[in-house]
Design a protein around this ligand. Structure first.
Ligand code: UGA
Length: 461
């Protein structure tokens, strides 16, 4: 089939590459000409395991090309995918300006029947508006087209695998003609295809991300009770996750969820609920818990070291918003680094992939960028683990102990084995596990009050 993919971010670039790898002819479009030139040379704008090989292979086999022109991209295409960004706006809602702009351009350049498919995460009703905009801009009103909502569920860091073998594919449309074309594209997949109306498809995406975020906030609250009562949240999560109705995924307690998707999608879903005169109480709680979680982590540091951290040096492992990515957008790790620095500490930091992005975000003041995880440690007053990179769970603890000035670890991702660490004489602060030797402390009054603004965004007071 002949396809066009507009937007070469995570969703668009991975989508274009895999569609081509399935044997389709794909044109990728992006307004950023520099980015297009880099991709053509095999330089991926994002770190995504396995992606550059697939892109290069399909370019060289002639199935994958790139352009900066939407007109050129859609000319011969049967299906046009819209994969542009929908960042969070000031109101908490998704900013859809890029989607509207692309819809106008597609409309103006339509030269025959095409299926226009939105993959970007967009609120309910967006595809209907896309349809109206395309229609308004058609050069000839007799040209036919259909719109489809085909949300993606890729996780950064494993998006190539997720795209190749998804758990399910959601295709929303009110046109049998469009559905038949989409079925042809996805027919070889061994997982269910959910065909539904446009609005339900749009909602499935938000509901899925909202539910996963709820799982994380749920286990983070269980972690709070575990810490106070002496249970161990990792053991609790394991025991819960073995129930097939619950499942083990997304039950890792930590410093809260971050990234370019969950915070924005949860806020947008909440905004949708208030727009419909409904207060999605559970989701409001999910957002509050997520912010409170990092405050709770910071409070542990302040209780241990006091509120003035000047003269302290900390080793920090992990800057990306999660493991296996170089992405630092809405990274809780970055925020914690900023907070520690703001209180006077010097940070020696390391991340396997996110160093370049972190440098842009954090600058050089009181931050030393290290080439290796152990290089962060000599002379440090404590070690912080802030991102769930697998290799941080495999640290050689004897070495860590010999490097650190004092054997203190704040493990924001529960990567280390509490018993092992404590047997070696570390003071170990994890999440949802009681720290040995510390009496139960009532932390309730230490929290910053987290207020939810009426517009759905979160602020601290
Ligand atoms: C998420 C969804 O998982 C994808 O299905 C979806 O397609 C994507 O958003 C999107 O909407 O585009 P992603 O943002 O790549 O994917 O990251 P996740 O793996 O979902 O992790 C999100 C955050 O939750 C990270 O900060 C991670 O550290 C945190 N997390 C995750 C936890 O704190 N605990 C867990 O158990 C799992």
């Amino acid at each position: 089939m002949k396809l066009c993919v507009i937007g070469t971010g995570y969703v668009g670039l991975v989508g274009a590459a895999i569609f081509a790898d399935w044997g389709n002819f794909v044109v990728g479009v992006d307004i950023d000409s520099e980015k297009i030139e880099r991709i053509k040379k095999g330089e991926m704008p994002i770190y995504e395991p396995g992606l550059s090989d697939i892109v290069l292979k399909n370019i060289s086999q002639g199935r994958l090309t790139f352009t900066t022109s939407i007109a050129e991209g859609i000319k011969d295409s049967e299906i046009v995918f819209v994969c542009v960004g929908t960042p969070q706006s000031d109101t908490g809602a998704a900013d859809l300006s890029a989607v509207w702009e692309v819809a106008r351009e597609i409309g103006k350049n339509m030269n025959g029947y095409k299926v226009i498919v939105t993959k970007s995460t967009v609120p309910i009703g967006t595809n209907e508006k896309v349809k109206a905009i395309v229609k308004e801009n058609l050069p000839d009103p007799s040209i036919e087209f259909d719109v489809v909502s085909n949300p993606e569920f890729l996780r950064e860091g494993s998006s190539v695998e997720d795209m190749k073998s998804p758990d399910r594919t959601v295709v929303g449309s009110d046109s049998e003609r469009a559905l038949a074309i989409m079925r042809r594209l996805y027919e070889h997949l061994n997982s269910p295809i959910v065909e539904c109306d446009l609005r339900s498809a749009e909602m499935i995406k938000y509901a899925s991300n909202g539910f996963l975020a709820t799982k994380i906030s749920f286990i983070n609250e269980i972690a709070q009770i575990c810490e106070r009562s002496g249970a161990d949240v990792s053991v609790v999560a394991k025991g819960m996750g073995l129930d097939r109705r619950i499942g083990p995924a997304f039950l890792n307690a930590g410093i809260g969820y971050g990234g370019s998707c969950f915070p924005k999608d949860v806020a947008a879903l909440y905004k949708t609920s208030t727009d419909q005169d409904y207060d999605f109480k559970l989701l409001r709680g999910v957002m509050e818990v997520n912010i409170a979680q990092r405050e709770h982590f910071m409070n542990k540091v302040l209780r241990h070291f006091g509120k003035n951290l000047s003269g302290r040096t900390f080793a920090v492992l992990g800057l990306a918003f999660k493991g296996n990515t170089d992405d630092i957008r809405d990274s809780v790790a970055i925020e914690i680094v900023k907070r520690l620095r703001g209180l006077g500490a010097v940070l020696k930091v390391y991340d396997p992939q996110a160093m370049y992005n972190a440098k842009q975000a954090l600058g050089a003041v009181n931050i030393e960028y290290c080439l290796d995880k152990y290089e962060t440690m000599p002379g440090a007053d404590a070690l912080f683990i802030l991102t769930e990179w697998k290799e941080f769970g495999l640290l050689e603890l004897d070495k860590v102990k010999s490097f650190l000035k004092s054997p203190v670890i704040f493990d924001g991702r529960n990567l280390l084995d509490k018993e092992k660490v404590e047997n070696l004489g570390f003071t170990y602060f994890a999440v949802g596990k009681r720290t040995n030797g510390l009496v139960k402390i009532d932390t309730r009054n230490l929290y910053q009050t987290v207020l939810l603004n009426t517009n759905g965004s979160i602020g601290h007071h």
